[in-house]
Each structure stands twice: as structure tokens, then as C-alpha cells.
Design a protein around this ligand. Structure first.
Ligand code: PLP
Length: 368
């Protein structure tokens, strides 16, 4: 019997859950015909990392033939010291994306329900879908998650709640007491994941990233990153603070060398340079106030942000649209991030003085 032609043979089939997922589309990082661009589409730090982090990274060049420290000891210790945490409850990974993925792979199965805010960090939806979990969306009030609606959506199939706090793409945050209310309202077997990627930017006194809850409860995890205020997006270092029962699980499935040595070295130096971080925090908070004020006076609806970016809502802005505003900004060499789903919103990262001035000028041109 002659062999079947290749294209008639059955080929390996991916799981159905995977086929339903559209590949992630990264924000733009260049504009055709423009050499000088201002990239404000990915909430990176325009300041870059502390010079100490760059030195530490470069000093690893002579030991690239050695595997990283799989226990991540020095990095866990540095994080624990700076944030006053227990180093044994810290796990590091290839960006907080990887940590979220590890958590979802460990705790979500097909048919489970996960509650997210209506506007949520897209990777959470992706990781949940990979597991075959069902997304349940809590309503928002003025782009802020409604605690009452979230708690009303808990069913006996709910296994997890994930909240980015501050949230991406909205920039809004839930206070420490609101987070405690959510934890108190969840059954103890439901895992509450608090994604604090932007925690270092928050200057509001009623905010807490949730690490104290981790010490008190077995169903709360906090994830953090070196990609935002620490300016190390390219190096992919994230971490989580977890109760013992959860860290035991995540350590079982983490690959031994998921955080590489030059990246960990840079992260250690970065986290130790808190004077550098303080300057960026202060710069960002100051600019957010100015941006909010200036854009409001142009008639724009700016969602109050606790983070390093702001959301412009064009829903009620007659004759204007998020897409047109984005095109105008791009014509000036500025790359914002239109937030998907057909929503009339545009997300812009706070940058350096000159970058923020350029945005204000371009938006003023657009509105006038
Ligand atoms: C809310 C939120 N969580 C997590 C991440 C992922 O960060 P990392 O670079 O650590 O994977 C991002 C990145 O944009 C984010 O906005």
C-alpha cells in the first residue's frame, strides 16, 4: 500500500482551549518613517534602571558559562530586606507574567471560574483560557472595580480572583480596606491574586500591595515585577510573595533556572538603590497631577491614576476618538496604546519631562 500524502495524514492537534486563543499583540515600538520616537505604549520606565543595576549586569559577563543560582537566594534576600518580607515566601521568575502563569497552571482547571475586573490585564485572561477556565468579569464604576459586584459573582465554581492593583489598563486602585473586604468575602478555598506590578508608583496612604494579607491568610498571593519602576523590562524578573502552602506548590513546577544570573544580579542592585526609585516615584506622581489638570482643561476625560500611566476616555468627547487621537500622537512621533475591545480609550505612559510636554502639546493640537 502506498503511503498517504503528508497533507492527508492526521496531524498533531493542540488542545481546543489553545485553538480559541488569539496570539498576543505587543504594543507598537516603531513608526514608519520616524527615526525619533517617544514610546509610551508599554508602561516602561523612560528613566531606565539604576546605574548600579547596569554595572551589576555587565559584571556577570565573565561567568556566563555557569548556571544561575537555582535557589534565587541572593535576590530573594535582597527583596526581603528592602520590602521587610520573609525571604522563604518569595519566588522569582521570568517576569511576573511567568509567575502568574505558574499560579494559573497550579490552581485553575477546565471549567473553573476566575473573576477579573471588566478591564483587566490581558495576560490573566490568556493564562486562564489556556487552562480552560471561564472568565467572569466584575463591573467597574468609573473604571474602578466594584467590590460588591465582584463578591456577588462568586459561585461554587469560583477558584480564583485576580486583581491588578493598581489596575492595568485603568490606572485605578483599590484601597487596603477594599482589598481586605474582598478577602474577607471570599471562601477560604478561593485564591486571591493581587498583581502589584505598579505598586511602587502608588503614593496614596490608603494603599497596600497586600503583602500583609499573605502573612495572615493562606489564600492570598501578591505578584510584583522589576519591569516597571525598576526599569528592567528586558531582563524579565518578577516575583511573588506567597503563603507556605502556595510557595510549596509553585516551587514544584517552576523550572530550576527560570531567572537568569545577569538579570538577578541587576535586580539585586536595582532593589537596593531605593533613592533612585524614590526620584522616579516623585517625578511620576508630580506629572500625573499636571497631566490630569492640563488635559481636563482641554475637555478630556482623564481617569485618575495611581500608576505610571493614564487612561483617556473619549466616550463622551463629541467629534473626537481614541483612534484619531492615537493617529495624531503618532504623527508627532509619540506611541500611545489604544486599549483593545473597541473601547474609546487610550493609555499613555508617563515619561520624561520632555516626553510628557510633547504629549501635552500634541493633545492640545488635537483637541483644538
Ligand atoms: C498589571 C501587570 N501585571 C503584570 C505585568 C507583567 O510584567 P512582567 O514584565 O513582570 O512580566 C504587566 C506588564 O505590563 C502588567 O501591566
Amino acid at each position: 500500500m502506498s503511503a498517504k500524502p503528508e497533507n492527508l495524514k492526521p496531524h498533531p492537534q493542540a488542545r481546543k482551549e489553545i485553538l480559541d486563543i488569539a496570539p498576543y499583540v505587543q504594543g507598537k515600538s516603531s513608526l514608519p518613517g520616524k527615526e525619533e520616537i517617544i514610546k509610551l505604549s508599554s508602561n516602561e520606565s523612560s528613566f531606565g534602571p539604576s546605574p548600579a543595576a547596569i554595572d551589576a549586569y555587565q559584571s556577570c559577563a565573565s561567568t556566563l558559562h555557569r548556571y544561575p543560582d537555582g535557589s534565587q537566594f541572593a535576590l530573594r534576600q535582597a527583596i526581603a530586606e528592602v520590602y521587610q518580607l520573609d525571604e522563604n515566601k518569595i519566588i522569582c521568575g521570568n517576569g511576573s507574567d511567568e509567575i502568574l502563569d505558574l499560579i494559573y497552571r497550579s490552581y485553575l482547571s477546565s471549567g473553573d471560574e476566575i473573576i477579573l475586573s471588566t478591564n483587566h490585564f490581558v495576560m490573566c485572561a490568556l493564562y486562564a483560557k489556556i487552562q480552560g477556565a471561564k472568565l467572569v468579569l466584575a463591573e467597574e464604576d468609573s473604571f474602578k472595580t466594584r467590590v460588591d459586584d465582584l463578591l456577588s459573582k462568586v459561585t461554587d465554581r469560583t477558584r480564583m480572583v485576580t486583581l491588578a492593583n493598581p489596575n492595568n489598563p485603568t490606572g485605578t486602585y483599590l484601597s487596603k480596606s477594599e482589598i481586605r473586604e474582598i478577602q474577607a468575602g471570599l471562601p477560604s478555598h478561593v485564591l486571591l491574586v493581587l498583581d502589584g506590578a505598579y505598586a511602587e508608583y502608588v503614593t496614596h496612604e490608603d494603599y497596600d500591595s497586600g503583602t500583609s494579607l499573605v502573612d495572615d491568610f493562606e489564600n492570598v498571593v501578591v505578584t510584583r515585577t522589576f519591569s516597571k519602576i525598576y526599569g528592567l523590562s528586558a531582563l524579565r524578573i518578577g516575583w511573588a510573595y506567597c503563603p507556605d502552602n502556595i510557595i510549596n506548590i509553585l516551587q514544584r513546577i517552576r523550572s530550576p533556572f527560570n531567572a537568569n544570573q545577569p538579570s538577578m544580579a541587576a535586580a539585586i542592585a536595582a532593589v537596593k538603590d531605593q533613592a533612585y526609585i524614590e526620584k522616579i516615584r516623585e517625578h511620576t506622581a508630580r506629572w500625573l497631577l499636571r497631566i490630569e489638570e492640563d488635559l481636563k482643561s482641554l475637555g478630556l476625560d482623564v481617569i485618575p491614576s495611581a500608576s505610571n500611566f493614564y487612561l483617556l476616555n473619549f466616550e463622551n468627547c463629541t467629534g473626537k476618538s481614541a483612534q484619531d487621537a492615537a493617529s495624531h500622537l503618532e504623527s508627532r512621533g509619540i506611541i500611545p496604546r489604544p486599549v483593545g475591545g473597541g473601547a474609546e480609550v487610550l493609555r499613555i505612559t508617563v515619561g520624561l519631562d520632555s516626553e510628557n510636554e510633547a504629549v501635552l502639546t500634541a493633545l492640545s493640537e488635537y483637541m483644538n
